[in-house]
Design a binder for this molecule. Sequence first.
Ligand SMILES: [Zn+2]
Length: 73
Amino acid sequence: MQGKMIYCNKCGRPICIEEYIEKADYLKIEKNWGYFSNKDGTCVKINICEECYDEIVQGFQIPPVVEENTELL
Ligand SMILES: [Zn+2]
């Protein structure tokens, strides 16, 4: 039985099969738009692969805060 494939929303490349999701590293955004937006009541799910993440971040005016993860599980 093969699981659902997760695709990068930006470049369209497959990231991984859903059942092996713990072994893949990518950016996952889940946003429930609320009352103060023009998208009230909608939930958006976005998957972005690591390469596209790097590309997007390079376009930021203010770079994201990057901290060392001290508690590695
Ligand atoms: Zn991508």
